[in-house]
Design a binder for this molecule. Structure first.
Ligand code: NAD
Length: 439
C-alpha cells in the first residue's frame, strides 16, 4: 500500500484549551508529571497503545507512536482561556482532582500558565459568573480577538503548530438553525450577534478559520454544524466532536455491542449518577442538562438498531439522569440497571456501579485527541475525523451516514486509519490463510 505522506512532528506543539477547569488542569498536570518521571500516561493510546502490524504469524506489535510520528510530550506547551483568572496550579487545587502533594511538585510550571480572557456569555451557562471576559461589539470581533490570542501564543511560545480542544462548560441546548447551514450565513450571524451562535462556536470558528485542528469535548454544537465543516475543508483543519466518552457511556458502548453480538434482548437501561464538581453544578440547570442528555441518549439506538432487530430491541426504555451531589466532588458514581432478556424471553438483570473519577478518565482523551488531530493535520487530512469517534460520546459523522458508537468498531477504524497513514496493510481479521486445511 502506498504510504501516506505524513510530515514529521518538528518543533513545538501548542495545545490550547478553552475552559481550564478540572479536565484541562488534570491533563496539563499529568503531562508535566509524566515529563518529570513522576507518573505514567495510563489511558492514553498515543503514549501506551500498541498496534498489530502484518500477519498474526509474526508477532509485531509496536507502539503506535513508533508507527506514526506523534508529537513528543517534551515538546508540548499548554495554554488556554477561562472566565476565571486562576492560574493552572490554583485551578487544579480548586478542582480537587489531584493530590496536593503531587500538585506541589508541579507548582512552578503550573503557576506560569495563566488563562487568557474568555469569550463568554452567561445566557449559555447560567450557573457560572465569570469576570475574566473579553468585551467587543460583535461575535465576529470576539472571534478575531481569539485569533489574535492564538497568533500571539504561537509566537511567544515559539510553536510550530497549534491545536485547540474545548474543555469548557456544557452550554444550554441549541439546535441547528439557518445560521449554521453555510459559512456565509455563519459569518453574517457572527457580525449580527445571532443568538444561535454560542461562545463555544466562536472558539471553533476562530481555530478552524486559522486552519488549526479543533476538538470539542463537550456536547455543545460548537464545530458540529455544516458551516464549520465547510470551513474546515476550506482551511485544511481536521475536526472532531462531540463530548468526551468517559464513564457511563464508555461502559455502555463496551457492553451493548456484546449483548447484541450474542443476540440478547434489552427491555430497559436506566443510568443515573452523582457528581459534585463544577461540571455537575453547571449540569444541574435543566437547559444545560438537556444538551448532555441528548448527547448520551443516541448511543444505544445506533448500536442496537431496533429497526433491524424488533424482537430484541423494539421499544426498549432508556433513561439517563445526572444528579449534582457536592460531597463527591470529581469522584463520580454511576449506576446502571440493565434489564435484558434471553432464551424464550426469560428476563435477567445486570447492575453496574462504576466508582470513577471524571477528570482522570477524561485527561488522556484530551491528550490523545490533541496529538491525533495534530497528526491528521500533518497527514493532510481535514474536516471530520471519524476515526477519532473512539473518544467521543456523540461523534460527528460524514453526511449520509449514522455516527458509529460501538467502541470495538471505533477501535478497528482508529487502528486501520493509523495503518493507512503508515502505509501498512489494513487488518480485516479474515485469517483464512492461517487455516491448516489450506496449507
Ligand atoms: N470529565 C468528564 O468525564 C467529561 C466527560 C465528557 C464531557 N466533559 C465535558 O468537559 C467539559 C469540562 O469538564 P470539567 O469537569 O473540566 O468542568 P469544569 O467546570 O471544571 O471546567 C470547565 C471550565 O470551563 C470554563 N468555561 C466555561 N465557559 C467558558 C468559555 N466560554 N470560555 C472559556 N472558559 C469557559 C469554566 O470557567 C470552567 O473553569 C464540560 O463541558 C464537561 O461536560 C467532561
Amino acid at each position: 500500500m502506498a504510504k501516506q505522506k505524513v510530515q514529521a512532528a518538528k518543533g513545538k506543539l501548542g495545545i490550547l484549551l478553552p475552559g481550564m477547569g478540572a479536565v484541562a488542569t488534570t491533563t496539563i498536570a499529568g503531562v508535566y508529571a509524566i515529563n518529570k518521571g513522576l507518573s505514567k500516561p495510563i489511558g492514553s493510546l498515543t503514549q501506551m497503545g500498541r498496534l498489530r502490524i502484518g500477519k498474526r504469524t509474526k508477532v509485531n506489535k509496536p507502539f503506535i507512536k513508533d508507527v506514526v510520528p506523534i508529537q513528543k510530550l517534551k515538546d508540548v506547551v499548554f495554554g488556554g482561556w477561562d472566565v476565571f483568572d486562576d492560574n493552572v496550579y490554583e485551578a487544579a487545587v480548586h478542582a480537587g482532582v489531584l493530590e496536593k502533594d503531587m500538585l506541589k511538585k508541579l507548582k512552578t510550571p503550573l503557576s506560569k500558565i495563566k488563562p487568557m480572557k474568555a469569550v463568554f456569555d452567561k445566557n449559555y451557562v447560567k450557573r457560572l459568573d465569570g469576570t475574566h471576559i473579553k468585551k467587543a461589539k460583535t461575535k465576529m470581533d470576539l472571534a478575531k480577538a481569539l485569533m489574535k490570542d492564538m497568533e500571539k501564543f504561537k509566537k511567544e511560545n515559539k510553536c510550530d503548530r497549534l491545536v485547540v480542544v474545548w474543555c469548557g462548560s456544557t452550554e444550554i441546548y441549541l439546535e441547528e438553525t439557518k445560521v449554521h447551514k453555510t459559512l456565509k450565513a455563519l459569518e453574517k450571524g457572527l457580525v449580527d450577534n445571532d443568538p444561535s451562535i454560542a461562545p463555544s462556536m466562536i472558539y471553533a470558528y476562530a481555530a478552524i478559520k486559522m486552519g488549526v485542528p479543533y476538538a470539542n469535548g463537550a456536547p455543545n454544537l460548537s464545530c458540529d454544524v455544516p458551516a464549520l465543516i465547510e470551513l474546515a475543508k476550506k482551511t485544511g483543519a481536521p475536526i472532531a466532536g462531540k463530548d468526551f466518552k468517559t464513564g457511563q457511556t464508555l461502559m455502555k458502548t463496551i457492553l451493548a455491542p456484546g449483548l447484541k453480538a450474542r443476540a440478547l434482548g434489552l427491555e430497559g437501561w436506566f443510568s443515573t449518577n452523582i457528581l459534585g464538581n463544577r461540571d455537575g453544578a453547571v449540569l444541574d440547570d435543566p437547559d444545560n442538562f438537556k444538551t448532555k442528555e441528548v448527547s448520551k441518549l443516541g448511543v444505544l439506538e445506533e448500536i442496537l438498531e431496533p429497526e433491524l432487530y424488533p424482537d430484541l430491541y423494539k421499544d426498549f426504555y432508556h433513561k439517563v439522569r445526572i444528579n449534582y451531589y457536592p460531597p463527591r466532588g470529581d469522584a463520580k458514581e454511576g449506576w446502571d440497571n440493565i434489564d435484558i432478556k434471553g432464551w424464550m424471553g426469560y428476563p435477567m438483570q445486570i447492575k453496574i456501579d462504576f466508582l470513577c473519577r471524571d477528570s482522570i478518565l477524561a485527561a488522556p482523551l484530551v491528550l490523545d485527541l490533541a496529538l491525533f488531530l495534530d497528526l491528521a493535520k500533518r497527514a493532510g487530512m481535514s474536516g471530520i475525523q471519524e476515526w477519532l469517534s473512539f473518544y467521543l460520546k456523540s461523534p460527528q459523522a460524514p453526511k449520509g451516514v449514522k455516527p458509529m458508537h460501538d467502541i470495538f468498531q471505533q477501535q478497528i477504524k482508529l487502528e486501520n486509519t493509523i495503518r493507512h497513514m503508515a502505509g501498512e496493510d489494513l487488518i480485516t481479521h479474515l485469517g483464512l490463510d492461517y487455516d491448516d486445511d489450506k496449507k
